[in-house]
Structures are given as C-alpha cells and as structure tokens.
Design a protein around this ligand. Structure first.
Ligand code: GAR
Length: 212
C-alpha cells in the first residue's frame, strides 16, 4: 500500500510556560505535548529564577529556556519589558503561568493580555496571592481546591476557566494539602490548556466559554 504522501498533522498551539519553582505542573504539560491530538506544544519556558528546578525539566524535554531575573534589570518596568521580550521570541498563542510567583506588569499584559492563563492552588476568589494553601488552612475551610483562570491586572482576579475541589483532611498541614491539590491541579491544567488550544475560547463578562 503506498503511504499517504501528505499525512494530516493536527495544528498545535504554541505555548510558553512561565515558572519560578519545582515545575511539576510544567512536567505534566510536557508529558502531554508529545501527543499532537492534545492540541498544544510547549515551545519555551521562561523563569524569573535561574535556580528553578523547572528549568531542568524543560531542558530534559528539549524545550528552550530563558531566565529573566529581576536583579539583572534597573527597575520593575524594565524587568516587565525584558520578560515580555523573552516570551515574544517564542511567538506564543497562549502563555501559561505554572507556579510563576511574580505579578505581571502592564508591558506584559499589553502584549499578551487575554491569552495568559494562571493556575492557583485555591478556589478563587477565596485565598488569592502567594500563600493560597496556607491561607485556606488558617481560615479553617473544609473544602479548597485549584483554579485555572485568565490573568488580568489584579492579583488572581481574572475570569475563571475551570476549578476542582479538594477536601481538607483532619491533620493536614500546608505540605500535605498542597500535595493533594497539585495532583488534581496538574490534571486540570493539562485538560484546560488542551481544550483552550483545540477549541478556542471567548470571554463574556466574567465567564470564559470554551469552544467559543
Ligand atoms: C502550584 O500549586 C501553583 O498553583 C502555585 O505554585 C505551585 C507550583 O508548583 N502557584 C501559586 O501559588 C501562584 N499564586 P510546581 O512548580 O510544582 O508546578
């Protein structure tokens, strides 16, 4: 049987992932992107920290990396500009914040606003900020979880794409609860990024409609 000379290769959306730390969410995205049917490909990983273990995960997967450290820039707007330029090089359709622990400024939002996705380890709008798990525990909630949302100029205030709940168990500490949230979070992030890439999305007020 002659081989089809023009196999149909599904188009994959170009995704840049911003990281600051361990990179288990990044690892889940990298595990998904070899399957063209997922609909997205991680084309670059950018970190604000040169020592982020996430960078080694990207390199091991053969994905280009860049470090944009605040200490290398004279001020905050210059860093924002540097970060935007580093991401722009990869010409992404989606930017995913996976454990990226800095607030994005105006220069970045001007270029990529509306197509930046963040994953947060709490059920927003409850417990935004850098300590979502710790704050939820301190409040005594019995159910928390994770949220994937679009990024706007506020701190974890953008329209919500998807959420999953995780029960708080007696005896949980921040580490044990965060670990259980991260298991659910990775699955949700892979699912949502794939759907956004394959189906597209629209924003109607506070609602994100996949496939729109
Ligand atoms: C994730 O749980 C993510 O939601 C959280 O950091 C962790 C990163 O884990 N992000 C925030 O708290 C942002 N406010 P990872 O480096 O193993 O992917």
């Amino acid at each position: 049987m002659p081989r089809d000379p023009h196999p149909v290769v599904p188009r994959q959306a170009r995704v840049v992932v911003l990281v600051s730390g361990t990179g288990t969410n990044l690892a889940a995205l990298l595990a998904a992107h070899d399957d063209p049917a997922w609909g997205a490909r991680v084309v670059g990983v950018v970190s604000n920290r040169a020592d982020a273990p996430a960078l080694a995960r990207a390199q091991a997967a053969g994905v280009a990396t860049a470090v944009v450290a605040p200490a290398d820039f004279p001020d905050r707007p210059a860093w924002d500009e540097g970060l935007a330029r580093a991401v722009e090089v990869f010409d992404p359709e989606l930017v995913v914040l996976a454990g990226f622990m800095r607030i994005l400024g105006e220069p970045f939002l001007r270029r990529f606003g509306g197509r930046i996705v963040n994953t947060h380890p709490a059920l927003l709008p409850a417990f935004p900020g850098a300590h979502g798990v710790r704050d939820a525990l301190a409040h005594g909630v019995r159910v928390t979880g994770c949220t994937v949302h679009l990024v706007d100029a506020g701190v974890d205030t953008g329209p919500i794409v998807a959420q999953r709940a995780v029960e708080v168990l007696d005896g949980d500490d921040e580490a044990s609860l965060h670990e259980r949230i991260k298991v659910v979070e990775r699955e949700l992030l892979v699912d949502v990024v794939g759907r956004m890439a394959r189906e597209g999305f629209t924003v109607e007020g506070r609602r994100v409609v996949l496939g729109g």
